[in-house]
Every structure is written in structure tokens, then in C-alpha cells.
Design a protein around this ligand. Sequence first.
Ligand code: C5P
Length: 401
Amino acid sequence: MSNLSNKNVLLGISGSIAAYKSAELIRRLQDSGATVRVVMTKSATEFITPLTMQALSQNPVHTELLDEVSESAMGHIELARWADFLIVAPASANLIAELTHGRSDNLLTAICLATSSDILLAPAMNQRMWLNPATQENVALLKSRGYYISTPEDGDQACGETGPGRMAEPNQIISLTNTLFQSDLLTGTNILITAGPTREPLDPVRYLTNHSSGKMGFALAEAACSAGAKVTLVTGPVNLQTPRYVVRYDVETAQDMLETCLEHAPSADIFIGCAAVSDYRPKYRNSEKIKKTDEFFKLELIRNPDVVSHVAGKFERMFCLGFAAETHHVLENARQKLLTKKLDLLVANDVSNPEIGFDSDLNEVSLIWHKGEEKLQQATKTVIAKQIINRLAALYIDSRN
Ligand code: C5P
């Protein structure tokens, strides 16, 4: 499994003869497990047809910014949110100049401006255009704003000249992309993460649960691993694949979750409580299936232990992150929870919007800690997880100094 496995990669193609290499790049991305969608500028379509790219990517190719049909199907904002990662290959001198100035008059530049995901540019152009101070300064400025650049190669060019400006080969772009999903921010740390819902049985066939899919907790486990941490994931019943290198324990009830966490917490430096733990459980668990008899059925519930509070209270030196899913007064309630649950960082999400949060691939959250807060724009859970891990790592390192 590569770091690109199950990732949504948006491939932007601008006008350059190197566009033929993008066909190969789609294949290599798919071999790495990524789902690919393609956006082409008008001049890119002069070099290679959208039909070729559609056949290879197995998805419709997007070319128009102001087009009713395409905007209603998947518009520039949806595409910007859909992408876990953006690759612009080839990135022409003109496209680079447009990005430098924050222009958004075509679909590709509008997406680059609207996304919260990382962007990798693979420049391709004539060697004089590449070496021109205008291009060099544009690239330097984009780098300083967080763009990644796959440096073009030196060699024979389609125009007959020789020099730097040949687009990097697809395999090089893939290996660079793979490394961008990795860092050593949390190397040497052990992280314990809870994920998913819990199931609280009433009898052998029925239980109380909630809509949590576990996607956010699993995305955090993967992001923490990619940042170099050793990750132990304690999860309620979910239908998800265990991320590479993550040690997983499956549990059902809140009590099972607490016991498993307490067993692994002594060796953990950081605890992330992402599970949607049932606050209550049936007071009695019938050993036989409950029969329907009367018109009304009264169910008595008792409080479950609060996993994150227990762990944070018992292991005071551990850095603890909790979640707060709220439907109203989101930030006030979240700030309160940061204090009452003795947490170092809290991720608050407004679950009143059914499009994001529970069971969705997207999320939009605010991070709250004792000395600050940050709002993260709507993006995939993979992108949000990476941003949470980056903030957590900075605060964790700070707390140890
Ligand atoms: O109090 P509330 O349920 O909103 O708090 C949410 C946070 O507390 C999440 O981090 C969740 O994982 C954790 N929690 C827990 N055990 C519970 C209830 C919530 O660990 N019983």
C-alpha cells in the first residue's frame, strides 16, 4: 500500500507538449491506489484530448468554469473540496504566473485558489522561459506560499533547444507525492486514538448506537502514522480498512473501549478521543430477545464512563485531544469542554449541517486550545486530519519544552 492508497487526486493539466506524459501519470497514480479526476485548461485540450483523459481516469474530465451543466454536476468548489491532493502537471509558465497572482479566470486556477489541499506543480516549458527571472521569481513566491515543485529536468526539448524545463517523469512525480504525505513531526511518539461509534446492547439482537462512521478517527490514525508516530487505534464497529502500520483493537461498548484504552494508555504520549461514545447504555442487558408485549416499552438507561475524561484525568502528563460534535453554540460549548475534560486541544464540529461530519467524507472544524483557535475550511477528512496532526504536533512539542 502506498501513501496514495484511497486518496482523491485532482490532476490539473495546462497547455504544454508535456501533456502527453500526464496520460502515463494517471495510470501510475491509479497503480498507487489513488482515484483520479482531471481538470484541463483550454490550451491543454489542444495538446491531448479530454476523451483520452476521461478513458484513462474513468471519470468525466472538467474543463469549464462557467458552464451550467458542469457546475451543477461538480463545480469548482466541490472539486476543490473533493481533492486530498492536487497535482498540476504540466504546469506551464502562464499557469504559474496566473497562480502567483491569484487569478481564477479558468477552472484550474479557480480550484487552486479555493482548495485547502496541498498542491504540487510539475513545471514544463522552454528552457529560456524556465530560466527567465519572471518564472523563477513566480516559482519562489509560490514555494514560499506552500506550493510544492517537482523541479523540471535538463535535456533535449521539443522546441529543439537543450536545457532545463522538461517536465519531471511520472515516476518521479509519484515518489515526490508519496514523500509529501510523510513527515517526522511526531517521530518517537506513541499515539492512542479512539474511533467510530460504540454499541450498547439491550438483548442478544438489539443495541443502541449512533451514525459515526469512524472515518475521521481512521484518517487521524493514518495522518499520525505519516507524521512518524506509532499508532494504536481502538475502534468501535466500523466498516473501514486499517491504515498501514496502525495497530488496531476492535471493541463494542463504551466500557470495553475504556478498558482497552486504559491498558494501552501507560505507553502513550498522546491520546486522541475521536470516538462517538454512547453517553448512556441500557441498565439491563437481557440474556434473551425481548418480546413485544405491551403497547409501550420503557427503557432504563445509565451513564457510560467518559473515556477521554478518564484517560486525561488518570494520565495527567499525556497530551489529550478531544472532539465536540455540537448542533448549537458550537464554540462556547467546545471551550467549556476543553476545560471540563482537561484537554490540551479540542476539535469542534457543527453537526447541524448534514452534508459534513457524521458519515460524510468531508468535514469542517474549528481547533481550540488554551491560547488560541483556528478554523479549518471544509475539506476531505484526509486533509482535515493532516491539518489537525500538524497543529497537535506543534502544541505537543511546545508543551514538552
Ligand atoms: O461530551 P461529549 O460527548 O460532547 O464529548 C465528546 C468528546 O468526549 C469526544 O472526544 C469523545 O470521544 C469523548 N467521549 C468519551 N466518552 C464518552 C463521551 C464522549 O470519550 N462517554
